[in-house]
Design a protein around this ligand. Sequence first.
Ligand code: AMP
Length: 255
Amino acid sequence: MDWYSIRLRAAAGGPHEKGGRHISGAEDLVPETEIEDRLFYFWQKASNHEKGKWDFLQITVEKIDERVQEVSLLPVKLFYPATTVDARKLATELLGRNGITQRQINSAFQLLENPPQDIRGAWVVALDSNRVVRENVRATKFGWNKTTYQQLQEMLTCAGLINTRLSEALALASKVNACSGIVAELCWSDNPEYTTGYVASSRLGYCRLPNFKPIGKGGGRVFWIEKEEQIESVLHWLREVPCLIGGVPILQKEE
Ligand code: AMP
């Protein structure tokens, strides 16, 4: 079967590279028969965004020539912190299990809370040098194994959690954290009203954290890599290697 990568970016005040403010981005990897549906969905997503109205929108569709790899879906763990303080404490404890220090985690919270510039991709931070090695890195070329996606939707519906945000973030986190060299990821959403975020790693799974940011704030992502010297192979994985997210979905409620 032929696969196609679809990417969207939308901005206000001109294209991103001419100083436009990021409004919306999205990516998927689909067979030809699904391109039309996804184009419509991407169009709607960008055109009804809480961040405002776009005046620049670009959708790129590319046929994939490389072999598509299968990557396992991360298990989903549902946590229920009552406040932002509790959510960050929990995130710090979870990320600490991956060897990330409290200082490194606080720096990442700072980056997301007070971004030095408008951002539309992730900050890649090296744990050996404590440096932001790249910014605005977008993971692309990932999509769903259809059976896995359907099973996941059934599971999420049973848990009263049906929302496309979780599925989209979970697919992204599954590709990102399958990368050799990536230690963990931190994310909260761009949508000012959506305060749920997550931390993820191949060891932790996808840990969903409500109340992760105060209402009204923007969002972002941090990918921590082990060593700065791994950056080129990490970027290659994130941007170039086509992946389908497969396997059996797992959903756990944590106390
Ligand atoms: P969202 O969950 O779509 O609200 O995205 C929150 C933030 O995560 C965005 O502002 C971007 O900085 C970052 N982000 C979104 N999509 C990607 C992606 N595909 N790869 C890397 N970072 C992303």
